[in-house]
Design a binder for this molecule. Structure first.
Ligand code: ITT
Length: 193
């Protein structure tokens, strides 16, 4: 079956495809449905934002779809950047700036405990189904690795001595927040056939 992934993030798309395509789920991008707009994201939780993005695409383009909202929650920063992960350093700043601001705000802090959390909203017809995935770990003191995207160079998942950016995408997918959420999504979609 085919399903649209309501994201403008090409890295998210390729991670999702790596899990879903081998299971026979064809993941279409927004470009594939000729959508080139920014999707509004004004919620106060990952749940709200994921739902809002999926509903927007369903309402404006008519496609069944799913959306992913992801945040990095850092204990010593009371859960920041959280839902603001994409715009932590302010509008117009890229993910390099976000990552460096995070390292700066954690300078000298002993507690570097953090977790990535992904919430996925699936919309089929008028029915919304939510699923999620988490990956606990630590924020490192300096970036390492060149794979992945976003905060990957400074996030070391529990049980590993390397960052997400030092893993290949299949290794990251096997343990990551998004990998876990997409695996659950695949199980839900498999039940529909
Ligand atoms: P869409 O809303 O279009 O899906 P986005 O990049 O704006 O794309 P989010 O609103 O979920 O996505 O923002 C989350 C930000 O957190 C994202 O921009 C990345 O910088 C970062 N991020 C998300 N997933 C990540 C991952 O697996 N590894 C590292 N950083 C990640």
């Amino acid at each position: 079956r085919q399903i649209v992934f309501a994201t403008n993030n090409a890295h998210k798309l390729s991670e999702a495809r790596q899990i879903l395509q081998p299971l026979g789920i064809d993941v279409l991008s927004l470009a594939d449905i000729n959508c080139h707009t920014d999707i509004p994201e004004t919620g106060t939780t990952l749940d709200e934002n994921a739902r809002q993005k999926a509903v927007f695409i369903k309402e404006h383009y008519g496609y069944d779809c799913f959306a992913d909202d992801t945040g990095l929650e850092v204990d010593a920063l009371n859960g920041a950047p959280g839902i603001y992960s994409a715009r932590y350093a302010g509008p117009g700043h890229d993910s390099q700036a976000n990552m460096h601001l995070l390292l700066k705000n954690l300078e000298g802090k002993q507690n570097r405990r953090a977790r990535f959390r992904t919430v996925v909203a699936l919309i089929e017809g008028s029915k919304v189904t939510m699923t999620s995935g988490e990956c606990p770990g630590y924020v490192t003191t300096e970036p390492a690795g060149s794979e992945g995207f976003g905060y990957d160079p400074v996030f070391r998942p529990d049980g590993f001595e390397i960052t997400f950016a030092q893993m290949d995408s299949s290794q990251k997918n096997a343990i990551s927040h998004r990998g876990r959420a997409m695996t659950k999504l695949a199980a839900i979609l498999a039940c529909r056939r």
